[in-house]
Design a protein around this ligand. Structure first.
Ligand SMILES: [Zn+2]
Length: 127
């Protein structure tokens, strides 16, 4: 079973760091759960709106620099937010990242404000 990025997902990867795009592609190719990209590069205006709404706590989001993506799990083409799906997608991301030697951080591993749909390049290697 191998899924492919939709045209819409590809459009949303515009401006995202090529190393992260490669991880997204490799993760999807090996994932047992289909997913789409919901957001990549973000404008400062949108980030400010998200902080105001309480959806984000930082004005220094990795999305502003193209170092982060958000995904949504798809079951039979329908978006699902069930938490366990994101753990399984994260497994695919972590294996893909290790294969490509591109360190990433999963928002689901954060201890505060866990963010299951969020993946970003590790700041230590990609400042
Ligand atoms: Zn995010």
């Amino acid at each position: 079973m191998s899924f492919r990025l939709s045209t819409r997902s590809r459009t949303r990867l515009k401006g995202v760091h090529p190393a992260l795009v490669a991880v997204v592609e490799a993760a999807l190719a090996r994932s047992c759960i289909d997913f789409m990209v919901t957001e990549g590069l973000r404008t400062p205006e949108r980030q400010a709106a998200l902080v105001k709404a309480g959806a984000s706590r930082t004005q220094r989001s990795r999305h502003l620099t193209g170092h982060a993506v958000d995904v949504a799990a798809l079951i039979d083409g329908q978006v699902r937010w069930d938490w366990p799906l994101y753990g399984r997608i994260a497994e695919a991301f972590k294996v893909a990242a290790a294969d490509l030697k591109t360190p990433i951080v999963w928002g689901g591993d954060w201890t505060s404000l866990r963010d299951g749909p969020h993946f970003e390049l590790d700041r230590k290697v990609f400042p």
